[in-house]
Each structure stands twice: as structure tokens, then as C-alpha cells.
Design a protein around this ligand. Structure first.
Ligand code: ADP
Ligand code: ZN
Ligand code: ZN
Length: 803
């Protein structure tokens, strides 16, 4: 087995297969599947992943591996296999699929060092090389000629470690530790032998008679107010051992998490958890859909299921949407499982993420709570995978490797023989349809905790407000209710749908709207800089003082951003204390958490925000939720617009009246009669499901049909049309009569960054040949796609962004 089959870090069709490299003698036993290596590739040296080993190569000339980056494999055999599967599913390059599983820093540039972790002596050659130092450049070792096998022996014994310094030197931190190296009796003997003058040494020995646990050296010396000098003789005599331990930057280290204990489950919860526990017991794979209204205690069901998995010595993955990964959520998991939990989300620095990932890899935790990519956690004994808010579209990755975390979860669940639990108050239509058909097991929680009822929802027709002369963005009802809550010292959450609500600039005389010169999209007004910006490319320009069309001076900005709502609110109800949460106010690290804490401590009356406040918040004093404009989402060119509106309204309503005080929801809308708004106000998921399914059936959309979306882009509009047309023709010709091939159609965003965009949509039931056909298309255009700023074709087998 001295040939390594390596997937190199060159994402292209030609290189989308393993290349053979010889394993030089010095790396024998070190190069294994899952290890990252450096290999010569053409004139360059590049990184690659060893995916398998073989005894011989069918090629004559096989080059040597240049260097090895890992001592223990970075990817487990299961993940290597999963990468292969992922690349087939999404038609992306194998290398991209391997990369997508790893923390960012592992793909970055690295510098290697050798760290000596022991005071004991090593093999003489190696000791000579260290020459009394604790750290040296790896390069020095490579040049020295000392054997790799010697190094490996010491690494395996934990005496030396190879450190990959990724960009910054602080990727890993170590701290010197001390611990007794002999048993208690020997310590007592030592104490007797020590002279009375050796006060400090006696204190140290006495300390370790009391405390056997390792302790950071610094802490010991501080506690006993002594110096390293008094420690030295004890180390020399072998009574005490010094070593260095890697410390992880714990992003939550300054928090005290109050430990929580499991609740006595309600009857409904007990009935729902039973089948899950049973499957865990039987090590079976099964998919459950836990449909529970907000506040029905789904999270408690998750926690207790995870507890069982931990008790059995296995591991659990818990996915939550990025925006729901709030400090409150983390607290619930840390509170229950303490240090057994790793947390992975984008607010962590690259180094912190890497540390959390290492905890998983080193088996120091049994639970990971994280956003989408946490589904690739390098666990090896997975007993349960949970996806909370499973309907969230953020579980779908929208570039490169277009995977859906739900599919990956099911795939890993099958491999590990463990259940997958999908939870939501408003399941995706696709998931609920599967549950209705019996492909998923449906579990239902229909009641809120503590007899709490779902808050009453009142729809306010904004057209009527206008007819009656109220031009404000606040209806009279909403304003009155806010004032009422302020008087009662209760709190309010105001929700604004960001996406539907950009602040565009329009001329009141001629209706001219300022658009980006490179993209087909209105520019957004940014008040702070008084400039117009495009949200798709980097274009920006000053706010015009007169209309570029008709020179009228009545050019104004329209629409409503959170800033604008805040201003209006301050004019309307000056005494209200408002916390605004949006991209602008939460950019700084920790800001999100700080604002929520302030709100929780009632330092403000109103929490005003976008999508990021729609989920997971649990404040007992919130008794009113206002939705500024419910239909903002309905007008998007997306067949899921109604579903999204229903989901969002339900989520937002769930923020009110979660504890003793009853809640109330005011929804402002221009289309109160729309079924998604009407049924959301009645919390009637099933009726909504039925209505929506009728439409999906009538228009051949999921879950009745599958979709494949081709998006073609190029600077030249004719070229884009021509290529899309060809794709449409080819697919029409080759697919069965059951498939509908639509297009070419300009995408809803027809031009981004001066590139025209067209699409072809395929609706189909069963086309086993489809992926092969797509591969042929991509292959056909391969050369053109390599050119800079040339043709681009993306294919999405599970599209959520249709624009
Ligand atoms: P969901 O996740 O469905 O929105 P939660 O799990 O947040 O619901 O539960 C709502 C509230 O009820 C939380 O404050 C939670 O601590 C509490 N809770 C959950 N289960 C129980 C139980 N069995 N007994 C008492 N309180 C519970
Ligand atoms: Zn004008
Ligand atoms: Zn633009």
C-alpha cells in the first residue's frame, strides 16, 4: 500500500478524480485516508486529500508526496464517503464537497511548528534538534534528516505535536500544567523527606496531597505565592510532572450557565418522544417530523432525546437556523449538557470555530449545536440528528456545493443507523407531504405549555386606514395597543420584513426610480451616508438632489427600512424606548446578544427588527407583537411566497404571550383576504397545507414535481439567450414526455454586475438520466466556462432561490 490516491485542490472537470502519488518511506504509516497532503501538480505544489491507498498504480510515472499536513486524519472514512455522495447529488467537484465539510481555517494557508509537550527527554536526535526550545519551525525538522517515524512515535505518545499555524499564530493556545506524578503515599513520604526550610516545596506537596487534579502552573504558583524555582526540584525528582495542554478559546467561557434539569414531560410530549427514544434504543434509522406549535415544548423533547443518546455514550447533532442560534438557544443547551456541547455558528471568529471543531474531532464533546454546516461534524458515533425549524431555507447552501442539510442529515442517519428528527411549527410543504404519505413519522404537539393559548391575531386592513385618512405606516389600532402596553409596563416586538422593504428613491412628478446602472434593481437609500447603494454589486452614488429624468426637485426616498420605522415611532410615541435590531446595529461582535439582554432586562419597551427577531426569542413580558406589513413577501416572484408568508407570520406571532401574560398580535396588511394571511391568523396549518397543495398540484410545483433550475449568465445578452435556448432544446429532446422544460426566461434579476441572467426550469417526476444529461451539458461548455468573466452555468437540483 505505498500509493496514495489523492483528490487535489483544483476544482475542475479534468481534475475531478483521484491522482496517484507514491508514499515516500519517511511518510509510511502516516499517510492514511483522510489526511491532507502537499503534492506536486504540474509546476506547482498544491494541497490534496488522501481518499484511499492502493498497492500499485496503473500509471508508470508516479511522483512522490511532498509533505503531510495531518498526523491524524482530518476527514473520517464516513465523511470521505459522504463527500463522494454529495458530489454526485449536487454535481459539484469532489474537492469542493470535501472542502465544504471543514472549518474555513483548514483551507487557508498554514505554517507548521513542532511543539514539545513534555519535560522528559526524547529520542536523542530530536532532543538535539529542539536544543532546549519548546517550539521550533517544522521546516527545521524536515531539513535535519531526523526520521519521520521517530517523530511519529513521539507524537503518538503525546510528547510532541505538529501545530498548524493558520495565518495567525493564535490558532491554538497552550497552557503549562502541573500534576502529581506519584501516588498519595509517595507524596507523604516526600513531605517527610523534605527539610523544614523547604517551606515552599512542602506547600506544593501538601497541595497535591489535597488535590490530585492537574492544575495550570500559573494558578498553582499564584495560589501558593511561590515561583517556578521551588517547583523545579520536585519536577526533577519525578514527584511532579509538567506538561503543556492545548486550551480552547471558549467563546462562552465568561458565561455562567445555570444548570437545568429535565422537566416532567406533558402527556403530549411523552407521546411524541416515545417513538424517538425507541428508535434510538433499536439503533434504527427513521425520519420523524415533529409538528408542534410555537411554545409547545419541542426543544424539551430534543433535549431529553439527546440526553438518552449521551447516556449511551453516543453523539448528537442539533441544527438550528443561523438566525435562531441566539444566546438564549445556546444557553438552553449549555444549561443542560454543560461542557459536552460544542457550538458552531458564524458569529464566532475563524479561530474559535476551529477550536469548537477540534473539540468534536478530539471527542471532547458529545453534542454539537450549530447552523447548516454543523451537519458535517466529524463525529463517529452519531445516535441522533435533529433539525429545528426544518422549513428554513437557510439549510440550503446557495453556492458551489448546493446541498440541503436535511438531505445530508438523512444520508448520515442511514449510515449511522440513527433517527433524524425534523421539527417545526410550520413544516415545509415537502416534509409534511412526506409525513402524510407515511415516509416520515408524524409526531404532533398541538398545545402550548402552561395552558397558554396562541395569541389572538387581528388583521388590520391598511387600505382602509388610507381611505380614512391615516397615511402613517402605523395603523391606529397598532398605535393604541403599543401605548396601552407602555402604560402597563409590558413589552412589544415590532417586526418588519426586510426583503420586501427596501428604501428606494422615486421622483414624485414622473415616477422615475433610481436603479443600479449594472443590475436590474432599484438602488437602496442609506441614510447615514446619504448615498444610494446597490445590494447586488458594489455600485454606489450620492443621493440625487433633482430627478435625472425630469429635473423635478421632488425626488424622495420611499419604502420603509427599520431606521425609518424607528424615526416614525419616535415621533408618534416619544416616550417609547426602542431597540432596533437589523444588519446595521448587529454588525459588531456580541452586539446581537447585548441588545437582546438589554431588552430582556426591560431597558427598552419595544424591540424593532427584521427576520432576525422572528425566531427563538422567549421573553415573558412581551404581550404584543406587531407585523408592519405582512404581504411584503407575497409579491416576490417565487412559488413559495405564500408558504413563506404563512411561516413567517406564525413564527412572529409565536413571540407573544409565551408565559403567564396572554399575548396579542396585530398584523397590518393590504390583502387580509389572502389565504396565507387569513389562515396564519387562525393558526390553521392543515387548512393552509390543503389549500397550498391544490395550487402546487395545479401548477406542477413541488411536492408534486421536482425542480431543476439552470441559470446561465454572460455579459452578452444574445449569448445568454442562445445558450439557454440550447439547453432547453437539449433537455426537451432527451427527457421523457412527463417532464416540463420551461424557458429560456430572463431571471427575475435579469442583470447582476453587468452580467445577463436567463434561466431554464425543469419540472419532472422521475428522470433517472437527468444528472448524466446535465453533466453532458456542463462538459460541452467547459472551455467557455473557464474563461474569465465568460459563460457561467449553475445547476440547482433543489432550488429555493428562483430569482
Ligand atoms: P418550542 O420549542 O416548541 O417553541 P419550548 O421548548 O421553547 O417550545 O417550550 C416553551 C416553554 O415551556 C419553555 O419556557 C420551556 O422551558 C417550557 N417547557 C417545556 N417543556 C416543559 C414541561 N414538560 N414542563 C414545564 N415546562 C416546560
Ligand atoms: Zn422625475
Ligand atoms: Zn448593482
Amino acid at each position: 500500500m505505498n500509493i496514495a490516491n489523492v483528490i487535489v485542490d483544483v476544482p475542475s472537470q479534468n481534475t475531478n478524480r483521484p491522482f496517484d502519488y507514491k508514499i515516500p518511506e519517511k511518510f509510511e504509516g502516516i499517510v492514511q485516508p483522510g489526511v491532507r497532503v502537499i503534492v506536486p501538480f504540474g509546476p506547482r505544489k498544491i494541497m490534496g486529500y488522501v481518499v484511499s491507498l492502493s498497492a500499485e498504480s496503473s500509471f508508470d510515472k508516479v511522483k512522490n508526496i511532498t509533505d503531510v499536513l495531518d498526523v491524524t486524519p482530518t476527514l473520517t472514512p464516513e465523511l470521505l464517503h459522504l463527500g463522494k455522495w454529495l458530489s454526485q447529488q449536487t454535481l459539484s467537484y469532489y474537492i469542493s464537497c470535501l472542502q465544504v465539510m471543514l472549518p474555513q481555517v483548514m483551507k487557508a494557508k498554514y505554517r507548521k511548528e513542532l511543539w514539545k509537550l513534555t519535560e522528559a527527554s526524547l529520542d536523542s536526535e530530536l532532543d538535539a534538534l529542539f536544543d532546549g526550545r519548546a517550539v521550533m519551525d517544522y521546516e527545521e525538522f524536515e531539513k535535519s534528516g531526523v526520521s519521520y517515524q521517530v517523530l511519529r512515535k513521539h507524537i503518538h505518545e503525546g510528547e510532541v505535536d505538529v501545530h498548524y499555524e493558520v495565518k495567525s499564530r493564535e490558532t491554538k493556545k497552550v497552557t503549562p500544567m502541573v500534576e502529581p506524578q506519584v501516588d498519595e503515599m509517595k507524596l507523604e513520604e516526600t513531605l517527610i523527606d523534605l527539610s523544614n526550610q523547604a517551606k515552599k516545596q512542602r506547600a506544593i506537596v501538601e497541595f497535591f496531597i489535597e488535590n490530585k487534579e492537574p492544575i495550570p502552573k500559573k494558578q498553582l504558583l499564584e495560589t501558593l505565592s511561590t515561583t517556578a524555582a521551588s517547583l523545579k526540584p520536585l519536577v526533577k525528582d519525578g514527584v511532579i510532572r509538567e506538561y503543556k495542554q492545548e486550551v480552547f478559546r471558549d467563546p462562552y467561557e465568561n458565561h455562567e450557565f445555570e444548570r437545568t434539569t429535565p422537566f416532567q414531560l406533558t402527556e403530549e410530549q411523552a407521546a411524541a418522544i416515545q417513538p424517538i427514544l425507541k428508535t434510538i434504543d433499536q439503533r434504527q434509522h427513521d425520519v420523524f417530523l415533529l409538528h408542534g406549535v410555537t411554545g409547545s415544548g419541542k426543544t424539551e423533547v430534543y433535549l431529553q432525546s439527546i440526553q438518552k443518546v449521551i447516556d449511551e455514550g453516543n453523539e448528537a447533532i442539533m441544527l438550528v437556523p443561523e438566525i435562531a442560534l441566539t444566546p438564549q438557544m445556546v444557553e438552553r443547551f449549555k444549561g443542560r449538557f454543560g461542557s459536552k456541547v460544542a457550538v458552531l455558528h458564524s458569529a464566532l471568529s475563524a479561530g474559535e470555530k476551529y477550536d469548537e471543531w477540534r473539540k468534536i474531532q478530539r471527542k471532547e464533546v458529545q453534542v454539537v449545536v450549530g447552523a447548516r454546516s454543523a451537519i458535517f461534524a466529524p463525529f463517529t458515533k452519531i445516535g441522533l440528528i435533529i433539525i429545528d425549524e426544518e422549513h428554513e431555507t437557510s439549510y440550503k447552501q446557495e453556492d458551489r456545493t448546493r446541498y440541503h442539510a436535511r438531505d445530508v442529515a438523512v444520508e448520515r442517519g442511514k449510515t449511522h443507523g440513527c433517527p433524524v428528527v425534523l421539527g417545526s411549527a410550520t413544516p415545509a410543504l415537502e416534509s409534511y407531504a412526506r409525513a402524510v404519505k407515511g415516509n416520515y413519522q408524524l409526531l404532533t404537539l398541538s398545545k402550548r405549555m402552561n395552558e397558554a393559548v396562541m395569541p389572538e391575531v387581528e388583521l388590520v386592513d391598511m387600505r382602509e386606514e388610507l381611505h380614512e385618512g391615516n397615511r402613517s405606516m402605523f395603523s391606529r389600532t397598532l398605535k393604541e395597543k403599543i401605548e396601552d402596553r407602555l402604560a402597563k409596563k409590558e413589552q412589544v416586538v415590532l417586526f418588519l420584513n426586510r426583503r420586501g422593504y427596501s428604501t428606494f428613491v422615486m421622483c414624485r412628478d414622473c415616477g422615475h426610480v433610481s436603479e443600479c446602472p449594472h443590475c436590474d434593481i432599484a438602488l437602496t437609500y442609506h441614510k447615514n451616508q446619504h448615498r444610494l447603494k446597490c445590494h447586488y454589486c458594489s455600485h454606489e452614488e450620492p443621493m440625487p438632489t433633482e430627478c435625472p429624468e425630469c429635473e423635478s426637485k421632488t425626488i424622495r426616498y420611499f419604502g420603509t427600512g427599520t431606521q425609518k420605522v424607528e424615526e416614525t415611532l419616535q415621533q408618534l410615541i416619544p416616550e417609547a424606548r426602542v431597540i432596533r435590531m437589523d444588519v446595521d446595529t448587529t454588525r459588531r461582535k456580541g452586539a446581537h446578544e447585548r441588545l437582546l439582554t438589554q431588552f430582556g432586562e426591560h431597558k427598552a419597551d419595544i424591540l424593532l427588527g427584521t427576520q432576525m427577531i422572528a425566531k427563538g426569542l422567549d421573553f415573558g413580558n412581551v404581550t404584543l407583537v406587531g407585523v408592519m406589513a405582512a404581504d411584503a413577501l407575497l409579491n416576490l416572484p417565487d412559488f413559495r411566497a405564500s408558504e413563506k408568508t404563512f411561516q413567517l407570520m406564525t413564527q412572529v406571532s409565536g413571540r407573544a404571550g409565551r408565559h403567564e401574560k396572554p399575548g396579542e398580535v396585530i398584523v397590518q396588511t393590504y390583502t387580509p383576504e389572502h389565504y396565507s394571511i387569513d389562515l396564519a391568523s387562525q393558526y390553521d396549518y392543515e387548512q393552509f397545507f390543503n389549500e397550498e397543495m391544490k395550487l402546487r398540484k395545479a401548477f406542477n410545483y413541488p411536492p408534486y414535481y421536482f425542480l431543476t433550475l439552470f441559470t446561465v449568465s454572460h455579459p452578452n445578452q444574445l449569448k445568454v439567450q442562445e445558450v439557454t435556448q440550447k439547453i432547453v432544446q437539449f433537455m426537451r429532446q432527451k427527457l421523457s414526455d412527463q417532464a416540463h422544460v420551461l424557458g429560456p426566461t430572463p431571471s427575475a434579476l435579469t442583470r447582476i454586475n453587468n452580467r445577463y441572467r436567463y434561466q431554464c426550469m425543469v419540472k419532472y417526476k422521475k428522470e433517472p438520466e437527468q444528472r448524466k444529461l446535465v453533466e453532458r451539458i456542463l462538459h460541452y461548455y467547459e472551455d467557455e466556462m473557464k474563461q474569465e468573466n465568460g459563460l457561467q452555468i449553475t445547476v440547482d437540483f433543489q432550488p429555493y432561490q428562483l430569482m
